[in-house]
Design a binder for this molecule. Structure first.
Ligand SMILES: [Zn+2]
Length: 242
């Protein structure tokens, strides 16, 4: 879609109030939003609403989609991006939900989530629910996959999303490289990052994002520089307001 047409449509979407039927679902699944100041809560709701209305949701493996599922997925995306530009998910077109972990047709193991370069995210609904109801275990499949989508925003799946300023890249690269190498050297020794983050730089960013939202105090204590880079990128401070 042409950029101007999309932004015109989006401005209209953003102005529409979310359906009153969605409000209890949002409050139920994202209690942190009740703690945000009014401006940040409004940005969260706008992100959620635009995602909910713009993305194509598809059920797979016999899953019947409900508004609750769509709210949970859209809210997870909005939780990450609430202080970022509304266009950060522009390249994402479709979200496919399976009921549970699925085997892909090539038979390469089972999957809880996947983010693809061609505008597709695939999620296992039970993993998304598990992530939401275990908010402090450092594992959240939806946050993980949407971090990959943000990473892909600059066209590369390399663990560095498009940062807010050119000046930010130097510190980001230095800090992320150092912590990634530390995790690679001792993947099971980290007290805050999942060992899966040692797979490659892209997985490291997604795993660090999960820790940033789910174990912020511990990440800040154990890896303050990493916390600071993520705080600067996401423009939020979960130790204070999540
Ligand atoms: Zn991943």
């Amino acid at each position: 879609m042409f950029g101007f047409l999309r932004s015109w449509k989006r401005r209209r979407l953003a102005k529409r109030e979310p359906s009153p039927a969605l409000a209890p679902l949002i409050d139920q699944h994202f209690p942190f939003a009740g703690q945000l100041d009014a401006a940040e809560r409004a940005r969260f709701l706008t992100h959620l609403h635009v995602f909910f209305l713009e993305k194509r949701f598809e059920g797979a493996g016999g899953l019947e989609l409900t508004d609750e599922m769509k709210v949970v997925v859209a809210g997870s995306a909005a939780r990450l991006a609430r202080n970022l530009s509304l266009d950060v998910y522009d390249d994402l077109v479709t979200v496919v939900l399976y009921p549970a972990a699925w085997k892909n047709p090539r038979g390469e193991g089972v999957h809880l989530g996947e983010a693809h370069q061609w505008g597709l995210v695939v999620l296992a609904w039970d993993a998304v629910r598990h992530g939401l109801y275990n908010p402090a275990d450092g594992h959240d499949t939806a946050l993980h996959e949407f971090a990959h989508v943000l990473d892909l925003g600059d066209g590369r799946f390399d663990g560095t999303p498009e940062l807010n300023a050119w000046a930010d890249y130097h510190a980001w690269t230095r800090v992320f490289s150092r912590h990634y190498e530390q995790l690679r050297a001792r993947p099971h020794r980290s007290q805050v990052l999942r060992a899966y983050g040692a797979t490659n730089e892209a997985e490291f960013f997604a795993v660090a994002t999960e820790a940033f939202f789910e174990k912020p105090a511990r990440l800040k204590e154990k890896a303050p520089e990493l916390y600071e880079e993520l705080r600067r990128y996401y423009r939020l401070d979960p130790v204070r307001n999540e």
